[in-house]
Design a protein around this ligand. Structure first.
Ligand code: SAH
Length: 237
């Protein structure tokens, strides 16, 4: 069932243990089951999930691991985790991570909670709510070593939703396709206001080229950010 995944993780220097293989199998079947009721991924076909979601998340993790941006005990937040990409996949492959999955849609966090229980993921929290609100919560604001977000918003918007959660010296990382340079150029003001410095990391994936946009948090984000729910997307910095 997992032929594609087992074969192709090697390209990223990842060899799945029997436990990890079982966890990915369970992940696939839970996704297929829940997808009949909840819209979790565009296409829950096993082959598509393995390539587009599992492998791309592993590629992202491997690129960050190689640069020590992801460490064995990183305190990691995934904003807009959806069905768990990339956060839950990173936790399976690098189990020492302390993981928080944040997602606005309750139906999706119900799935994430079921997933965390079925896969017996330790040190994993699932939070239902909007980033705009939760980023003002003590215990979450300014806490994380690494904040990841995939396919959530254009960079300028995404930074307002994610950078407040990072600690000073921590990073926000998001994969972007062909529009990476354009989005970076458009995010100049957001970076200046929110206190981040941008750099890019190559992301070797099959298919259309992708880049990891990484932002180092250089100073505290002013307390008025993020603005109220909806405003970051409606009126980007
Ligand atoms: N990261 C996943 C899901 C991408 S879809 C993946 O790559 O497959 C984007 C997800 O972000 C949706 O599930 C949506 O509910 C969530 N989202 C969008 N804006 C959000 C916000 N402001 N706060 C929390 N979650 C948000």
């Amino acid at each position: 069932m997992l032929a594609t995944l087992s074969r192709e993780t090697a390209a990223y220097g990842v060899r799945l243990t029997p436990r990890q293989t079982r966890q990915f199998e369970t992940y696939l079947s839970l996704l297929a089951d829940w997808s009949q009721r909840v819209n979790l991924v565009g296409n829950a076909d096993a082959e598509v999930v393995q390539r587009r979601h599992f492998l791309e998340s592993i590629a992202l993790g491997a690129a960050l691991r190689e640069r020590e941006i992801l460490r064995p005990d990183t305190d990691l937040l995934d904003v807009g985790a959806g069905a768990g990409f990339p956060g839950a996949v990173l936790k399976i492959v690098w189990p020492g991570i302390r993981l928080t999955l944040l997602e606005a849609t309750a139906k999706k966090t119900a799935f994430l909670s079921a997933l965390v229980e079925s896969l017996e993921l330790d040190e994993t929290a699932v939070l239902t709510g909007r980033a705009e609100t939760l980023a003002h919560t003590p215990g979450l604001r300014g806490r994380f070593d690494l904040v990841v977000a995939r396919a959530v918003a254009p960079l300028a918007v995404l930074l307002e939703l994610t950078l407040p959660f990072a600690r000073v010296g921590g990073r926000v990382v998001t994969p972007k396709g062909s529009r990476a340079a354009e989005e970076i150029a458009a995010a100049g003001h957001a970076l200046a206001v929110l206190g981040g410095k941008v750099f890019t990391v190559p992301l070797p994936v099959p298919g259309p080229p992708q880049t990891l946009v990484a932002v180092m948090k250089e100073r505290e984000t002013p307390s008025e950010y993020p603005r109220r729910p909806g405003l970051p997307a409606k009126s980007p910095l």
